[in-house]
Write a protein that binds this ligand. Structure first.
Ligand SMILES: [Zn+2]
Length: 617
């Protein structure tokens, strides 16, 4: 692409030469493209209807806040190598009139975020077609991770995301959910939805961007050229093996750089936030180190962290992420670190795995949120999200509460993102999968979990894995059938809650005790768990329960009575929505009143703390 930014009209004009190779074993006579800036064209797009015109707290309030893309010309290139003899006649063919907007998801005829173009002749299997496209993109006032804004100092800020006509993914037989015996591939192109991010194919980008001389630019990939003439700055970026290309530009940016092994880290920071530049870089390194150790190598050589404005913040693009901060953010509030680490994690699950976020958002947002909790708690300790005096909030617990407190019986992870009930998308894509994966890790241990994550990355990077694929890897690595786990917590909405109902001990004539402990499964979800019993002499005993029956009596004989029963004492099962009923102290045991009082006080304090804590989220 070769593009020019006009900050006055907030438009990007340019040309795109697209080289596309048919991956199918059948000929292709139609191409499909994303035109996602058209989501911000007017109030009738599917995005605007679904979001009610608002997104992530940003509303369009400028007198002309709208955006959009127009293609003035699309033609088959006439200056590229040899074509099949029958395609030679198509050389230079004008396809502009063959472009038709389509609405594969909802039939909203006013939505112009996907188009199809019929080719005059089909592209044979393995054959390459080259198109020349001339387009103009008008950026909206910043909304949903793209657009323009005016900074506090009055300067323009540009964030170009979803900004060019981008070819969709042709899924071939055997790929993702296309049956292996299908006669040909199918285009997987979704309209831009309020509750969804993206899905695209891997490619190689070579982009030349011209901006006014005073602008500082950041972009996906590696900068290979920069020159200045006639008041303009021209930069050229190349990005290999990525599925999108985004860039940002503003005269305000201050640039900070640091090298980490093979990666050049660059932070583009707003002038008021220079005191936090190093925090951005340090958080990026915290994430790079742990991803490298736990999952696999970051294969790119650049990473740009952008301190953006408003709705551009908290987003990922290949090798470029936006974090953002506020002036004077205290170091005990690790929002900046959390966002930087989270967005970096997308380089793996969004960038390298490139799962379909429209259809299986949890594979990106959820897996990423899980690793985010691991990194935060590992790097910053039990108060990783917030640490103020005695109040410590860790990320694993914060995500668990996000799940527990938001109607846990609704919103399966495996759901198409625009079909969630209001409010379920974020739970099912972030807090619940983070909790599901933390529970799986506690179930079989960190060693197994790490083997699973490494194998998943090694096998599926650059290949668009599905939910079925991640389950297969987990089963192959562990040798365990995980259908019970996936069917309940990934495909289904099983809710886990176990309780100790009663403890009854009777003293027999010979002085020994007979104890009966009744435990119950309170909801539909089942999970194997440990029951820990404490006897009046201070000893403990662990029993295993597969957790499938709706209730069960454990009967024991011993020299002393059971005074306490605790289900899942090590808190492995983070999915258990109510921990308060997991523990019971025998109330008919009178020999040791003092101990019992202490136990009850501890439980009551725990209960109070739980509610104070959970009220924060
Ligand atoms: Zn995310």
């Amino acid at each position: 692409m070769d593009v020019v930014l006009d900050p006055e009209t907030r438009s990007i004009k340019g040309t795109e030469r697209l080289t596309w190779t048919n991956p199918d074993s059948a000929p292709v006579d139609e191409l499909q493209f994303h035109m996602y800036l058209n989501a911000f064209k007017d109030n009738n797009s599917t995005f605007m209807k679904e979001s009610g015109g608002a997104h992530r707290g940003n509303t369009a309030k400028d007198e002309n806040p709208w955006g959009g893309i127009q293609i003035s010309s699309m033609r088959i290139a006439d200056d590229v190598g040899d074509l099949r003899p029958e395609l030679l006649t198509s050389r230079g063919a004008d396809l502009t009139q063959s472009m038709t907007f389509i609405q594969p998801d909802d039939g909203n005829v006013d939505d112009q975020t996907v188009f199809s173009v019929q080719l005059p002749q089909s592209v044979a299997p393995g054959e390459t077609i080259t198109l020349d496209i001339t387009f103009e993109s008008r950026l909206p006032e910043i909304v949903a991770r793209t657009g323009w804004a005016i900074s506090e100092s009055g300067n323009p800020f540009i964030f170009a995301g979803q900004w060019f006509p981008k070819i969709a993914v042709l899924e071939i037989p055997g790929q993702r959910y296309v049956p292996a015996d299908a006669s040909k591939g199918v285009w997987n192109a979704h309209q831009f939805h309020a509750n969804s991010e993206f899905y695209a194919d891997f490619g190689t980008f070579d982009v030349t961007i011209r901006v006014p001389e005073s602008f500082v630019v950041g972009a996906s990939g590696i900068q290979v050229e920069e020159s200045i003439s006639d008041g303009f700055k021209t930069v050229r970026y190349k990005a290999d093996d990525v599925h999108d290309f985004a860039w940002t530009a503003s005269p305000d940016f201050l640039e900070f750089t640091q090298q980490w092994r093979h990666v050049s880290i660059k932070a583009l920071i707003q002038p008021a936030h220079t005191g936090q530049a190093q925090r951005h870089i340090d958080a990026a390194i915290v994430a790079l180190e742990r991803y490298d150790e736990w999952i696999g190598e970051y294969p790119y050589t650049t990473l740009t962290v952008v301190d953006g404005i408003g709705g551009s913040n908290g987003m990922e693009y290949p090798t470029l992420i936006t974090a953002g901060t506020t002036y004077g953010l205290p170091t005990w509030m690790r929002v900046l670190e959390l966002v930087t680490i989270h967005e970096f994690g997308h380089q793996y699950f969004y960038g390298l795995m490139a799962s379909n976020e429209f259809e299986e958002a949890w594979l990106d947002e959820g897996m990423n949120s899980y690793i985010e909790t691991k990194i935060l708690d590992d790097a910053y300790g039990p108060g990783s999200v917030m640490e103020l005096g005695p109040i410590k909030i860790g990320d694993i617990q914060a995500q668990r509460l996000g799940y527990v407190k938001n109607d846990p019986s609704k919103g399966a992870l495996f759901t198409r993102s625009w079909e969630y009930r209001m409010g379920d998308y974020s739970k099912a894509s972030y807090s619940k999968p983070a909790t599901v994966m933390n529970t799986l890790e506690r179930y079989w241990g960190w060693d197994m979990q790490q083997r699973f994550l490494k194998a998943y990355y090694a096998k599926w990077r650059f290949k668009h894995p599905t939910t079925r694929d991640i389950q297969n890897v987990a089963e192959e690595i562990s040798g365990e059938d995980l259908e019970w786990f996936f069917s309940q917590f990934v495909y289904g909405v099983a809710v886990v809650d176990y309780s100790v109902q009663s403890i009854r001990s009777t003293k027999k004539d010979d002085g020994s005790y007979s104890s009966t402990i009744r435990v119950r499964r309170e909801q539909d979800g089942g999970f194997p768990l440990t029951l820990r019993l404490t006897y009046s002499d201070g000893t403990t005993k662990d029993l295993e329960w597969d957790g499938t029956e709706s209730w069960r009596d454990f009967k024991l004989q011993g020299g002393s009575a059971v005074i306490e029963a605790f289900l899942d004492p090590e808190f492995k099962m983070l999915l258990d929505i109510n921990r308060l009923n997991n523990r019971l102290v025998a109330n008919d045991y009178a020999d040791n009143r003092f101990a019992r009082k202490a136990q009850l006080r501890a439980i009551s304090l725990y209960q109070k703390l739980f509610f104070v804590f959970s009220g924060l989220f």
